[in-house]
Design a protein around this ligand. Structure first.
Ligand code: FES
Ligand SMILES: [Fe+2]
Length: 433
């Protein structure tokens, strides 16, 4: 039996039990309490631009089909046949007016309705109520600046309310140019032998690991002459606007001045779009970049530039889905440079991605030990050094801090202990100032 659920995370002391990364019972509880009732990223609108376009996705371990129906509405459905559970669409993406199950042939329209049943007269005697046996819809589907999210809980707040203050920082990627964003190429998918939370917590803003884990990449010049994105100012220099940010609702990021650590032509591109960024986002955000963002529970951004989802596949397995995301209005040569930068740094074969993955795999494996599990992790860095700034929402910590992770895990604990969304809304956030 797992420890008392309430004691697994202690945000006041910055302690987190190792059980939450390895325990099967807790993992099953996460699927129900976190993934089945929070907003999860499904797809980018650019993946389904035309009627009939579809793309496969997931919420937790539930396969989800995102499809733009023939009337132009984006819907999402459980990708499982109502007859006997066969996946009704096995392609990653495409265009279809209807989906025919390959087991017994039930056919669903791209609006989810059951429109064809082999033997409807001969074998069902016309007694099957086809109205009742359409695909199961994802209860709520909404978009934020091109990103489509889904939520299976009707009592969850709107997507905009759920995102809360992290939207202010997501806009640094998604809303800095008039044309918004698009994806380059397809999706990279790979399996890791780690718990999904190690990845989400790192991308919530772990500035601490960079000069250790990524030192070979830094020394080889992979991040340009300025070093790693978070380290392009000399140590000891502490300019304003250089913060770890816990934005509430489990979401976190880090922000710093400058062009996101992008050097060379990409750096000068960021300078070229300064005025447009200023006009769209205002003077507080114009000079800012963010290195990483995690939107609770499992969507992350990286300045490489990439968005990725950490799909849970068991307590010790994570399936990563990663895309290169670019400004739609960027010139072709910049998009190409961004694609190359993404491939080299943070993508399936990215040098820095390998560094991170090795850590998370080993952290998961070592936490399985029965003795190891008695010793909690330390997330106490920077406690009591949190601050706030009226121009920048959230609880701010020094740039190298663990306030991001304390917020992420405190929220995880809140959601895991809540019976309903009203419990989640009413419980205080111990990390938010
Ligand atoms: S499982 Fe789909 S038609 Fe039988
Ligand atoms: Fe890293």
């Amino acid at each position: 039996m797992i420890e008392d659920l309430k004691t697994l995370v202690n945000p006041q002391k910055g302690l987190v039990s190792r059980s939450i990364y390895v325990d099967r019972e807790l993992y099953e509880m996460e699927l129900e309490k976190i993934f089945a009732r929070n907003w999860c990223f499904l797809a980018h609108e650019a993946q389904v631009p035309n009627p009939g376009d579809f793309v496969s996705s997931y919420i937790g371990e539930d396969p989800v089909l995102v499809v733009r129906d023939s009337r132009g509405n984006v819907n999402a459905f459980l990708n499982t046949c109502r007859h006997r559970g066969m996946r009704i669409c096995r392609a990653d993406a495409g265009n279809a007016a209807a989906f025919t199950c390959t087991y017994h042939g039930w056919t669903y329209g791209n609006d989810g309705k059951l429109v064809g049943v082999p033997g409807y007269k001969e074998y069902y005697y016309e007694e099957l109520d086809m109205e009742k046996w359409g695909l199961v819809p994802v209860t709520q589907v909404e978009s934020y600046h091109g990103l489509i999210f889904g939520c299976f809980d009707a009592s969850a707040p709107s997507l905009r309310e759920y995102l809360g203050d992290i939207a202010f920082y997501m806009d640094l990627y998604l809303d800095r140019r008039d044309g918004g964003t698009e994806l380059i190429g397809g999706v990279h998918k790979w399996m890791m032998h780690c718990n999904w939370k190690f990845a989400a917590d790192n991308f919530a803003g772990d500035g601490y690991h960079i000069n250790t884990s990524h030192i070979s990449a830094i020394k080889s010049g992979l991040f340009g002459s300025g070093g790693a994105p978070q380290r392009n100012l000399p140590d000891g220099e502490a300019p304003p606007l250089r913060y770890g940010v816990y934005a509430g609702n489990g979401h976190a990021t880090n922000i710093f001045p400058g062009n996101g650590g992008l050097s060379g032509r990409l750096g000068s591109y960021m300078a070229e779009i300064k005025n447009e960024k200023d006009r769209r986002l205002g003077p507080e955000r114009m000079p800012l970049s963010t290195g990483v963002i995690t939107v609770f529970p499992n969507l992350s951004f990286h300045g490489s530039p990439s968005i990725r989802v950490w799909h849970p596949r068991g307590p010790d397995k994570t399936e990563v889905w990663s895309w290169c995301i670019v400004d739609k209005d960027a010139p072709a040569e910049i998009k190409e440079q961004m694609r190359i930068n993404y491939l080299r740094t943070f993508s399936m074969a990215g040098v820095a991605e390998q560094d991170d993955g090795e850590n998370w795999n080993q952290c998961t494996a070592s936490s399985k030990g029965i003795i190891s599990r008695r010793y909690p992790f330390n997330y106490a860095m920077g406690m009591r050094y949190e601050t706030s700034n009226e121009n920048y929402p959230g609880t701010l910590g020094p740039h190298i801090t663990e306030v991001n992770q304390r917020g992420f895990y405190a929220h995880w604990s809140k959601v895991m202990n809540a019976q309903s969304w009203s419990d989640i809304k009413n419980a205080p956030d111990p990390v938010l100032r």
